[in-house]
Design a protein around this ligand. Structure first.
Ligand code: HEC
Length: 156
């Protein structure tokens, strides 16, 4: 009975984080549709290109997340492990380091550590442990984004 309880909570949390991620995407799409103030058209073009590259790079996390979720749902431990590995690689890339702020670095380190744990749980074939670690991971997505919205984007 208790075991079932944690499963239900885990599923509910996974669902909640999926909803939160979707809202974040919608919100950033809305922000993008605002016309950017143009000072010099060449500068803003380069800036726009960088923004799009960053966006593409950041969206890779969504693909990796859906691999992890699929892996959890179908008990495919290889898929969970490869999604976790991909997120470790993304978080170590230069493009990821959009801020030198201590908080951002802390979120990044936390995220990478959780993705390492997730890979370990998947390799040990521990489904519930992997599910709970994934929930922790999605909380970090949400917390880091919240920080980014309130500091980096607000400064732009
Ligand atoms: C350490 C901070 C951090 C963590 C953790 C993090 N992200 Fe992000 N994410 C960012 C930053 C920075 C951006 C770019 C924000 C901007 O300037 O538009 C971003 C953007 C995104 C975008 C929007 C891309 C676009 O422009 O369309 C998605 C989707 C996204 N992240 C998904 C995720 C998911 C899913 C997770 C968790 C599995 C996650 N992120 C974890 C920092 C983070």
């Amino acid at each position: 009975m208790r075991k079932h309880g944690t499963e239900i909570v885990a599923v509910a949390l996974l669902f909640a984080s999926a909803v939160a991620a979707t809202q974040f995407v919608k919100k950033s799409a809305a922000q993008e549709s605002k016309p950017a103030p143009t000072v010099d058209s060449r500068d803003s073009k380069a800036q726009e290109r960088r923004k799009q590259e960053l966006s593409k790079f950041m969206r890779e996390k969504l693909e990796a997340s859906s691999d992890v979720l699929e892996g959890l749902a179908t008990e495919d431990f290889k898929l969970i492990a490869s999604g976790a590995k991909r997120m470790q690689r993304l978080s170590a890339a230069e493009k990821w380091q959009v801020s030198n702020d201590a908080s951002y670095r802390q979120f990044s380190n936390q995220f990478r550590r959780i993705m390492e744990q997730l890979e370990t749980k998947a390799n040990e074939k521990k489904l519930e442990g992997a599910a709970l670690t994934w929930i922790e991971g999605t909380m970090t997505c949400i917390e880091c984004h919240k920080w980014v919205r309130n500091t980096i984007i607000a400064e732009k």
